[in-house]
Design a protein around this ligand. Sequence first.
Ligand code: NAI
Length: 256
Amino acid sequence: MGRFDGRVAVVTGAARGIGLAIATRLADEGASVAVLDLDEAQAGAAAEQLPAEAGRPHLGIGCDVSDTGSARAAVERVVGELGALHILVNNAGVTRDNLLFKMTDDDWDTVIAVHLRGAFAMTRAAQQHFVQQKYGKVVCLSSVSALGNRGQANYAAAKMGIQGFVRTLGIELGPFGVTANAIAPGFIATDMTDATAARVGMPVEEFRQAAADRNPVRRVGYPEDIAAAAAFLCSEEASYITGQTLYVDGGAKLVS
Ligand code: NAI
């Protein structure tokens, strides 16, 4: 018996990184999972590698979450092909880091569009199914950067926006059996943080070691750390938790 037997989950931005780890964990515990990502072939390849047994399909869908039509179409396809929707993980994300005086309109708009309009568009499309069946779980990815991070005015604004978003969803959707929470990861070893290393001109291992040295638990985080928290928030054990942001950061927030 898995915690998510019979459940259908959508994880956005799940072709790699944290999203793929969350999709894998949910599938491992019994869910049928739709992997959404920009490129349908990559989403399909990720879906194919998820744990599965006969009669429990997964699905890969090409979707740009910042495009409300694309988000709506993806949700309808999931419900059509997998039969229902119970869990939505808004994970898709991008960075366009720059100090404020160098940040372009495009840097700002892209980050806000993917994180905030993306989470909004996906959740609005999913909520009609959640409300109808009086059941739903929403988990959104925030970040420790929500608390402020040099070079990330756009990203910090979007990630703090996510925290306000789930608080409001908690109020509006609670009466319909829907919980909504956020996870705020600290440094997680993925392509996203590797790209940051490249941008600041540091070898990946050195960059990770520096992050580990600054962290109270003296290590970096891994996608599986976030997947474990997401699975908990999507489980029945978390049914009295809503509107919250859980920092999964090895205590980074405590010393920042
Ligand atoms: P990643 O860059 O490895 O993966 C992000 C995925 O999102 C990619 O597969 C990408 O194609 C997809 N994506 C980007 N724009 C999209 C769009 N418009 N529509 C659909 N898919 C799109 O990133 P990572 O590290 O796995 O991050 C996942 C989430 O966790 C993001 O929301 C990120 O902001 C957040 N996060 C990551 C941290 C880290 O240290 N890696 C720390 C805090 C938060």
